[in-house]
Design a protein around this ligand. Structure first.
Ligand code: SAH
Ligand code: SF4
Length: 379
């Protein structure tokens, strides 16, 4: 791929410290919004009007909400805002991938990546700042600061991408954002409540209206929450498997010590709504000499036998100081051939946006390094 780095500098637009505290509309469900509006002495239908302007039309400016009177607009603008996260860096790859580095008011940063493909456009969103888990091949797991993203911060990533992609009004033909994957920073099932609330808002037919079939939640294997996500949200499930023996998985994906493979596979086998049309995606990062042997492949196929499955072989994306190497192309091919022979289609994930460090956690780290260099702090 040719490397064409197009980077747009972004102004710092943090709100003034004395600005009145207004609530973000991006974190309110229709019922929450209605309750607040009724509590403010306004009729219920105002909630429906406001909801459509925000979620159907993507408006952030109350003055553009043409069916609201001047007094109501003023009242709303004192109570609420629909601000997006602040973009501190925007990188566009020569393959069309766009990556935004976002900053939240407390100074923390997260990443969102848009990956266009022939017949779909996928937005990869973050669910936490950093991650409490410490998978040994994942750079996010080495970042110290960790907190959950709020519902508004999760939805804010989708809204920002829709603004930038020109996707309003929601649901228009030829929209560019067609799918969402929760595969950015963080473990979504450790932030279940906020992730679930955000996905319900994004799925709401009165708003963005994205179908649950177009949303995929990726988890390292928080077994007790898997069933709940299936029953309550019905989104697609992806599992970061990466190893097929407990001993190795304990090392690569340490949550395995708490929820070992047998329990994980059992939860997946029983995932609600599973069928040939709705399969589990197994993510398997290819690590040279670690998990990529023919024997690993055989055990992998035996492990998932009978579960409607898709396999996703991910070439390992190295980061500075990472203890692994990506398997060679022949090894990946040989592994993929065996997977194909067993009846699973197109399993190797093509790396996208490599010229803009589109892999999990990399842009954030690069920007931290740059800042440290500027301020003279070693790291
Ligand atoms: N915490 C969740 C979702 C975020 S990670 C999870 O672990 O599933 C999204 C995917 O990227 C996971 O499958 C993860 O294992 C994979 N991943 C993380 N670091 C990687 C790297 N350096 N190279 C390739 N894949 C990586
Ligand atoms: Fe966290 Fe997922 Fe990275 Fe593991 S792979 S450290 S669960 S973000």
């Amino acid at each position: 791929m040719t490397t064409q780095l197009a980077q747009t500098p972004m102004p710092d637009t943090a709100p003034h410290p004395d600005a009145p505290v207004r609530q973000s509309l991006l974190g309110l469900s229709p019922a929450d919004l209605e309750a607040q509006i009724v509590a403010a002495g306004l009729p219920k239908f105002r909630a429906r009007q406001l909801w459509r302007w925000v979620w159907r039309h993507g408006l952030t400016n109350f003055d553009e909400m043409s069916d609201l009177g001047k007094t109501v607009r003023a009242q709303f603008s004192e109570m609420f805002h629909a601000d997006r996260p602040v973009v501190t860096r925007r990188l566009q790859s020569s393959d069309g991938t766009i990556k935004w580095l976002l900053r939240f008011p407390d100074g923390t940063e997260a990443e969102t990546v848009y990956i266009p493909d022939r017949e779909r456009g996928t937005l990869c969103i973050s669910s936490q700042i950093g991650c409490t888990l410490t998978c040994s091949f994942c750079h996010t797991g080495t970042q110290k600061l960790v907190r959950n993203l709020s519902t508004a911060e999760i939805c804010g990533q989708v809204m920002l991408a829709m603004d930038e992609l020109g996707d309003w009004p929601a649901g228009k033909p030829n929209r560019r954002l067609t799918n969402i994957v929760l595969m950015g920073m963080g473990e979504p099932l450790f932030n279940y409540e906020n992730v679930a609330a955000a996905m319900r808002i994004i799925m709401s037919g009165e708003g963005v209206g994205l179908s649950r079939r177009r949303i995929t939640l990726s988890t390292s294997g928080v077994v007790p929450e898997i069933k709940r996500a299936g029953e309550e949200l019905g989104v697609n499930l992806a599992i970061s498997l990466h190893a097929v023996r407990d001993e190795l998985r304990d090392e690569l994906v340490p949550i395995n010590r708490k929820y070992p493979l047998a329990a994980l596979i059992d939860a997946c086998r029983n995932y609600p709504g599973l069928s040939n049309a709705r399969r589990i995606t197994w993510e398997y990062v290819m690590l040279d000499g670690v998990n990529d042997s023919d024997e690993d492949c055989r055990e992998l196929l035996a492990l998932i036998k009978g579960i409607p499955s898709k396999l996703n072989l991910i070439p390992f994306n190295p980061w500075p100081g990472s203890p692994y190497k990506c398997s060679g192309p022949e090894r990946i091919e040989a592994f993929a051939r065996k997977v194909l022979k067993a009846g699973y289609a197109s399993p190797v994930r093509t790396p996208r946006g490599q010229d803009i460090m589109a892999a999990c956690g990399q842009l954030k780290s690069a920007s931290e390094r740059q800042r440290r260099q500027k301020t003279g702090v070693a790291g």
